[in-house]
Design a protein around this ligand. Structure first.
Ligand code: ADP
Length: 164
């Protein structure tokens, strides 16, 4: 049986924290589905296509990651995305107590909506704990160097984005 995990998020842009979870996901499961939440009315910094391309490239750098990772869009319930992907597990990262409180609510309600799907929490490493995609965008927008927080290829995309 193929074990599939769903890793949902915005990934705008993918950060070192996201890559850490993707790496873990590939040790846990046979197949990783990264699900990019697409919210109508919310304009992301990177288009869906740009985020797909970055995530695919990052996955290809992980052990057997290229062949075992898919990137999809979803605009509805996470549990519906998990069912559609054939995933029995949803992975979520935890950085601090604020993440924990929110994620416990989400996991609890998702468990009522879809009891067959379990949420797995992944603690962030000390290096990744402070990283948020929101702050990465702000740093890049203000001309700062985001490279300590994102993979090199993402840092290059951020520089290009704000140069243009
Ligand atoms: P969302 O808006 O769903 O939180 P994000 O793209 O910000 O989307 O995050 C997607 C997932 O990645 C979430 O589970 C989040 O907790 C996790 N995550 C984000 N940044 C980090 C990080 N620095 N370390 C560990 N997990 C992270």
């Amino acid at each position: 049986m193929t074990r599939t995990v769903l890793f949902p998020g915005s990934f705008d842009p993918p950060t070192n924290g996201h890559v850490e979870i993707m790496r873990f996901a590939l040790t846990l499961a046979d197949r990783l589905v990264v699900a990019i939440g697409v919210h109508p009315g919310k304009t992301p910094l990177f288009s869906f296509e740009e985020r797909v391309a970055m995530i695919r490239e990052l996955a290809a750098e992980l052990p057997d990651g290229g062949d075992r990772t898919e990137v999809v869009a979803f605009d509805g319930l996470t549990v519906d995305a998990a069912r559609k992907a054939g995933a029995a597990f949803i992975l979520r990262g935890l950085r601090d107590g604020t993440d924990l409180d929110y994620e416990m609510q989400l996991a609890g309600m998702n468990a009522r909506l879809a009891p067959e799907i379990r949420t797995i929490f992944v603690p962030a490493s000390p290096e990744s704990r402070p990283i948020t995609a929101t702050l990465v965008r702000q740093i890049a927008r203000l001309g700062g160097d985001a490279s300590p927080f994102v993979p090199e290829r993402v840092a290059r995309k951020l520089t290009q984005k704000f140069a243009s």
